[in-house]
Write a protein that binds this ligand. Structure first.
Ligand SMILES: [Zn+2]
Length: 76
């Protein structure tokens, strides 16, 4: 029997919100991205194995990885 499986990372843009950037110190809008790693079987996503969240400053472009608890505070 032939099984084809693997992992795939799916990028999802979530609505961000204004916050103070820890790098440039400006109070600007921050984009929020969800990086979900999915287990695939025959290239079809079956279930999500892990999720990480990143914020990106719209002023300086610096990104930082945040925990899901911090993401709940950032999302609307
Ligand atoms: Zn910044």
């Amino acid at each position: 029997m032939f099984l084809l499986f693997g992992l795939k990372t799916v990028l999802n843009e979530l609505p961000g919100r204004p916050a103070t950037c820890q790098y440039c110190g400006q109070f600007v809008h921050h984009r929020l991205q969800e990086h979900a790693t999915k287990f695939t079987l025959f290239f079809i996503p079956v279930f999500t194995t892990s999720k990480t969240y990143r914020t990106a400053c719209s002023n300086c472009g610096q990104t930082s990885v945040i925990k899901s608890r911090q993401k709940k505070a950032l999302a609307w």
